[in-house]
Ligand binder design. Structure first.
Ligand SMILES: [Zn+2]
Length: 67
């Protein structure tokens, strides 16, 4: 019996920033602790990073927020 190889469907993920659906192979990913985030491209990755940096700044440099 010949075992036919299944064509593996590309897994579809949703961009964390713009919620566009893209195949996982084309996604940019970033491992944050134990959760992997996916982005459709560097633009969205940068966008997400900016938000992350901001929230990190807020918790770490709370006293510097006043200007
Ligand atoms: Zn996106």
């Amino acid at each position: 019996m010949i075992e036919q190889k299944k064509i593996i469907e590309p897994e579809i993920i949703t961009c964390e920033v713009c919620f566009k659906e893209i195949p996982i192979s084309e996604a940019k990913s970033d491992k944050a602790t134990d959760y992997i985030m996916y982005y459709c491209g560097l633009d969205c990755y940068d966008e997400w990073k900016k938000q992350e940096d901001k929230s990190n700044e807020n918790s770490r440099l709370g006293e510097d927020l006043k200007s």
